[in-house]
Design a protein around this ligand. Structure first.
Ligand SMILES: [Zn+2]
Length: 205
């Protein structure tokens, strides 16, 4: 009896989780989005960013997301530009915003913007698991996205990375005010000192 209840609960959990997943844009837009990423990757691999340990880890994650078909383009992200979706029985899926112009027509973000969102979500994907995000992880993710975006545009990112004119940490503290601080956070492929220097993040108390 207990086994039947457990199986029923598992099926219900899968059904609920499926119901809440954002709807994917049509198949040709999925293929078009992945083609943009494949066209951008060689430029990123050859860039200064792509030659760092951090760049290599993030690019490898994007390649694995592509290979495993874990990137989905959706116009139903409720104002978000990207989302990484956790389900307990499989690795994270990364959702990227696509604009819906009308019933049939969709538009991808500009390639460098798409890359920014993708690398932000790839960082969350590397961190994986079911844990809630933290101020540190968001700073790390925005820094990853901005450095990848600069590499896509062939420009050098500024020493202090900024969003809407504000240092990343200031933007994150204002936008994710409910997120906890994580004093033992380890950035992907870099030190916490690097993350503080590049985002203006102050030490967690
Ligand atoms: Zn994030």
């Amino acid at each position: 009896m207990l086994l039947y209840i457990l199986i029923a609960c598992a099926i219900a959990a899968i059904a609920v989780s499926h119901a809440r997943r954002p709807a994917a844009a049509p198949r040709d837009m999925q293929e078009g989005g992945k083609a943009i990423i494949r066209a951008e990757l060689p430029k990123l691999i050859a860039s200064d960013f792509g030659r760092t340990k951090r760049g290599k880890l993030l690019i490898a994650e994007v390649q694995s997301l592509l290979k495993d078909d874990r990137i989905v383009f959706s116009s139903a992200l409720k104002g978000k530009r990207g989302l990484s979706w956790s389900e307990w029985w499989r690795p994270r899926i990364v959702y990227i915003k696509i604009l819906r112009v009308n019933r049939e027509k969709y538009l991808h973000q500009m390639p460098s913007q798409l890359i920014e969102v993708l690398f932000h979500e790839a960082l969350h994907s590397i961190k994986g698991g079911f844990h809630a995000t933290s101020i540190e992880e968001e700073c790390d993710a925005f820094a990853a996205g901005l450095c990848a975006e600069a590499a896509s545009q062939g420009i050098e990112p500024p020493d202090i990375l900024r969003i809407d004119g504000k240092p990343v940490a200031e933007f994150v503290m204002a936008s994710y005010s409910g997120a906890p601080r994580k004093p033992d956070y380890q950035p992907v492929g870099e030190s916490i000192e690097w993350l503080r220097k590049r985002t203006g993040l102050v030490e967690a108390k």
